[in-house]
Ligand binder design. Structure first.
Ligand code: NAD
Ligand code: UFG
Length: 348
């Protein structure tokens, strides 16, 4: 029988791509999402792509009763927990909203998982937990610190998971620390659909390329990097999705073979290990899309760091996973999604 996975936040950007990868890997999925930052159309498109309807429940992770109904109706092998809010600027303006959603919501989910004795969790953490890194590439033992409520909410959940693993050895908890997810499904049917003017670089570039935004502002050209602009570890979202399948496969193999010794708390970076500068990404996008990307240099953005890229060795060693897709493919797939869906999932 296929293993069944609960995917919280499965209607979102990374969740939709991961649902497709999970289905292809033979997992059964149930998606639980309150649609606060996503749409039913995304779920419909995933259904079309996988050729079967998705078991979807509209619900909030802070609603224990609603979660209990889901756990009563299904026998889950584990949970992939994407649900959460992710806008750094909004988190500074509305910290309680972020702690409530991301921290309280996760506690409620963990409590219900415990009630139903489901102890396998893959959690969406972030490279943001490393703050301004002391050394590069960043490995999983690097010190953690955060400068904004969004980052604090991720770090707090990591601490909660660590404490939980100490308190009860039957938990298997894998926080995956994503670097900078970009790109879209190669079909052009699903991708990132920001509500407002994008905060992040890749969706901003693609909206300039498609003519929705006039010009990119590059925040800082005086960083100690090759060309003065920020350097990040961009990772294709379909590679990232595959990383979740690899984490589940690892959980399965460990829980099968090492019954007395659980995984506990096992943080793993998901990145490519390569840094790309803002200017390099703009040039790559311009080349594959054959569009001009007008830009201007602006002041550094508060809270930004110069460079951030992963050591991807732990994922390779333990999960037998590594990112495969290039910057050109990330740009190509983003461009296909953006040009086929200039208004995202909202057709009007
Ligand atoms: P997203 O906003 O597209 O997806 C998150 C989903 O969770 C949305 O569909 C939203 O409706 C849902 N959701 C939010 N609060 C909920 C709640 N209380 N109950 C139920 N559903 C809820 O974001 P994404 O880019 O797909 O990110 C997924 C996860 O990965 C998030 O936890 C995010 O913080 C983390 N992450 C994202 C990035 C990135 O750059 N995209 C980087 C690092 C970590
Ligand atoms: N940038 C610009 N102009 C823009 C947007 C971004 O120059 O309009 C620059 C930034 O200054 C930075 C780089 O592009 O140098 C990347 O910025 P993003 O906003 O795309 O990504 P960040 O690395 O700042 O942060 C992202 C997510 C965080 C997450 C982090 C690590 O927004 O939530 O990656 O995973 F924590």
């Amino acid at each position: 029988m296929n293993k069944k996975i609960l995917v919280t936040g499965g209607a979102g950007y990374i969740g939709t791509h991961t649902c497709i990868a999970l289905h292809a890997a033979g997992y059964d999925i149930v998606v639980y999402d309150n649609l606060s930052n996503s749409s039913r159309e995304a779920i419909n498109r995933v259904s079309t792509l996988i050729g079967q309807s998705i078991d979807f429940i509209e619900g909030d992770i802070r609603d224990a009763e609603s979660l209990r109904q889901v756990f009563s109706a299904h026998q889950f092998f584990g949970v992939i927990h994407f649900a959460g809010l992710k806008a750094v600027g909004e988190s500074v303006a509305q910290p309680l909203k972020y702690y409530d959603n991301n921290v309280s919501g996760t506690i409620t989910l963990l409590e219900v998982m415990s009630e139903y004795d489901v102890k396998n969790l893959v959690f969406s953490s972030s490279a943001t937990v490393y703050g301004d890194p002391e050394r590069l590439p960043i490995d999983e033992n690097s010190p953690r610190s955060c400068t904004n409520p969004y980052g604090q909410s991720k770090l707090t959940v990591e601490h909660i998971l660590e404490d939980l693993a100490v308190s009860d050895a039957s938990w298997n908890l894998i926080p995956l620390r994503y670097f900078n997810p970009v790109g879209a499904h190669p079909s052009g049917q699903i991708g990132e659909d920001p509500n407002d003017i994008p905060n992040n670089l890749m969706p901003y570039i693609s909206q300039v390329a498609v003519g929705k935004l006039e010009k990119l502002s590059i925040f800082g050209n005086d960083y100690p990097t090759t060309d003065g602009t920020g350097v990040r570890d961009f990772i294709h979202v379909t590679d990232l999705a595959q990383g979740h399948v690899a984490a589940l496969n690892y959980l399965e193999s460990q829980t099968r073979t090492a019954k007395t010794d659980s995984i506990g708390f096992l943080p793993i970076n998901l990145g490519t290990g390569k840094g790309t500068s803002v200017l390099e990404l703009v040039a790559a996008f311009s080349k594959v899309s054959e569009q001009d990307i007008p830009y201007q240099f602006a002041d550094r953005r508060a809270g930004d760091i110069a460079s951030c890229y992963a050591s991807a060795d732990k994922a390779k060693d333990l999960l037998k996973w590594q990112a495969e897709l290039s910057i050109a493919e990330m740009c190509q797939d983003t461009w296909r999604w953006q040009s086929m869906n200039p208004n995202g999932y909202n057709a009007t």
